[in-house]
Design a protein around this ligand. Sequence first.
Ligand code: ADP
Length: 474
Amino acid sequence: MKRYLKHYINGEWVESTGSETTEVINPATEEAFGEISLGTKEDLDKAVQAARDAFPHFSQMPKEERVKMLEDIAEEYNNRKDDIIDTITEELGSPVEVSEKVHFMMGYNHFAQAAESLKDFPFIEEYEGHTRMKEASGVSGLITPWNFPTNQTSTKIASAFAAGSPVVLKPAEQTPFAAFILTEIFDKVGVPKGVFNLVNGTGEVIGDGISSHKDIDFVSFTGSGATGEKIMKNAAENITNIALELGGKSPLIVLDDADVKDAARTALTHITNNTGQVCSAATRTLIPSSMKDEFEQAIKDVLPEFKVGDPHEGNHMGPIVSQKQWDTVQSYMEKGTEEGATLLVGGPGKPEGLEQGYYAKPTVFTDVDNDMVIAREEIFGPVMCVLTYDSLDEAIEIANDTEYGLAGYVYGKDEEKLRKASAGIRAGRVKVNDTKADFAAPFGGYKHSGIGREWGDHGIEEYLEVKTILGYPQ
Ligand code: ADP
């Protein structure tokens, strides 16, 4: 039976005031498995009103109760584990193991971390001469993309709930069913009426409506730079506060003392995890010129470890999310050769035997110049550019020669060089070697990669205003 998704407004599942719907396609089968009701501005207004009505009470809810609410959500989220994994595999096409170890776990960690961060969060701070009070800024509008259906939604919602801000969420049309499960979870644990509202719809209607809404006080968006720009312009009309998490073209600097095979494996992991549909993925691998031949051979040697295919059959990489995105990725693969880069492995077209489904081949270009389009634009697919450098200073210069600044990666052994490269990269997050994620650490970008920080304490701060009180009775 096809799934069908309505809106959730003021604690009730409701039909849209309009009649339009859109199908949700499973990218591995190219078949529609569900349908969502496309919301109207009227639906959005109702959701915003419900959130406004919930604000006075929710923003004053004692911190301990909000901690408990987040812990209950994390627990119930765990209870829905199988459903969440199945749903993400179906709507995004990610391999079951990735749906579990990446998507499911990230969502869980955001709720658990928000509860932890909230316990000691300094809502009131006394200074000599003044008191600082932090309070929820109001109603938050959240707009999320399709590539991490539980991660992007959960980090925003968990931070908003921790801060005491009611929300209106518009998930991506391609992957809306993970948000449906989250909504059921909030409903089950008794999140107060109006505190969480889900309005499905297009970016043009609901996304645009959220970013230009007079009664929304803060907009948090994750997605493309072009859409981020529109959201910022809309928000400017009402002086609405915003956070934007946009694209990246992150560098991976491989040091000359790195194990070449391990470095090649890490580089390929970046472009194949989630089928390369990761804003913080390293897509420009910078290697010492002296390592070129050895590195190219290592890529060929480890490539068979990165199997592409059916998400249910233990493969490492599933399909790309949609036909539209597949076409975009293909055009970049063609562009690389046109620009004069050398195609080392992969390239345009579907992998052998995978004609049905939006599958693509892990693709590596060598002899890439940092001025080429494939080195400058975010491709959002399994495509790596390999560039060479002759000194660490040059590597850092190439790493920073980009309009983006979301992430950077350094791989090797020499501690001094690891420190120098980490400090030199201008990006919001630098990872040394294959370090694990830390959900308490801030995440966000420099330059065109965005504004603001999510995750942990910094995430909560986004949803707060700071009030200075002079002469507060002590
Ligand atoms: P993509 O092109 O990969 O889908 P987008 O940045 O367009 O990336 O999409 C991210 C989110 O932004 C989705 O929820 C989408 O519906 C929404 N969106 C798209 N266009 C707009 C817009 N003009 N205003 C606000 N949100 C939008």
